[in-house]
Design a protein around this ligand. Sequence first.
Ligand code: F6P
Length: 546
Amino acid sequence: MSEPITLLTQRKAWKALAAHYQTARTWHLRELFGTDPKRGERLTAEAAGLFLDYSKNRVTDETLKLLVELAAECGLRERIDAMFRGDKINITENRAVLHVALRAPKDASIVVDGKNVVPEVHAVLNKMADFCNRVRSGGWKGYTGKRIRNVVNIGIGGSDLGPVMAYEALKHYSERAMTFRFVSNVDGIDFVEATRDLSPAETLFIVSSKTFTTLETMTNAQSARNWLLRGLGGDKSTVAKHFVAVSTNAQKVSEFGIDPANMFGFWDWVGGRYSMDSAIGLSTMLAIGPDNFRAMLDGFRQMDEHFRSTPFERNLPVLMALLGIWYNDFFGAQTVAVLPYEQYLKRFPAYLQQLTMESNGKHVTLEGTPVDYDTSAVYWGEPGTNGQHSFYQLIHQGTRLIPCDFIAFDQALTPLGRHHDLLLANVFAQSEALAFGMTAEQVKAEGVPDWLVPHRVFEGNRPSNTILAERLTPDVLGKLVALYEHIIFTQGAIWNIDSFDQWGVQLGKVLAQRIVPELESKTAVELKHDSSTNNLIRRYLKMKRA
Ligand code: F6P
């Protein structure tokens, strides 16, 4: 007989946290720092070269103890072990969840359905490296004999956001003689703008799709094929020289006309949003070269090891996940702002949006019962200092509690005059201002007239984490991504949800497929939607046919 399931809100630690919150909500970070002068040094943790300052959170040692107890009560240790072992923890799709196998060392053994998957991972990596070396050296020629100078990745969701983010993040290390573009949207403008100044003879398309059925990707791939054939005289054999595929679906790849020899595979145990370090990272490897790609994988692996083996009290992903739960489920915070003070990380928040929200935006438990607590927060953000001149006003003086993750680096990749000191001065100033604010007395002491004082007051008590690393290298990027992957895992384990399916994207896809023939029909069709949808479709058709 299976054990009765304890609901999260019935757990001892959860109840203790709920009671503890009644006092915690009255604390101010000014007092927490005032009564513990060493707090800013004490509430820090370091792993694999990432330094985390979590002292500016509304917690005491007691809070942290209770949060760690919650993780233990929810069986986090067992869940971590189950993932690394290759158990089928994605229960609604009956799949293992093994992005950690993508960066496992050659001699590791991770068994899925009786087979060690690590040798296959390394075989694909070697095939990718060989291909990338040929393209980067000019050994791989296009149809006309010219070398490839442009790479266009076609994909969407996990088959786009990771590659774009990694390309932007690691541009400093990229082959500058080559152009990299990314096409995702079914809006034709995306393709048109990405290719308008490219020469077909020098362009390679990577069609990246786990399923090789995604509407957007298949439509863009077809347009790319037409563009290439138009540009190179219509000979179908051009496709083999200018198209490669990254997919788990060999049959669909060959139906599209791509030589299976030019397909780079991955496996159903890699979730789309967890795939940037699989063959989906082919564009990344082409940009930064195989050695840098392997360095990135090494960074991922170091964070994996830290997550797997470090006690929860000092475990970066676990600490950050628990702090997130503290605000999400007890303070009622709705969002988390991710604020990298590093222009190269400008797409990092967008990447994290899929990673976090597609994973943990769930409303039922693993057993299928509705949750009675909030699951994933809304993630958003922009690089500093730009955000400071836009939405930070609300974070400082608005009515909502928005926990922030600041990310910064000790060294600039390309130092330029005073810029880096100014950048870092701003990130330190922001977390200081958010935590401590400015009281009415302090404002008055500056000679501000009484009527203006309320407008100038900063309440403070706005929590933040600060992550510092030495510099943005490929391995540090791997560590950062793995950090958030494991934060999500930890939160999903505590919320007792399936973080690895994404049924919520299906309905819209199905309904769109129903509407497509209605929009493309040459004759009048009877519309059977609700009155709003019918009306919108009619209006569009009227304009289209006018
Ligand atoms: O629609 C959501 C989704 O399934 C994502 O999870 C995935 O990353 C994306 O679509 C793209 O899927 P594919 O790689 O199969 O084209």
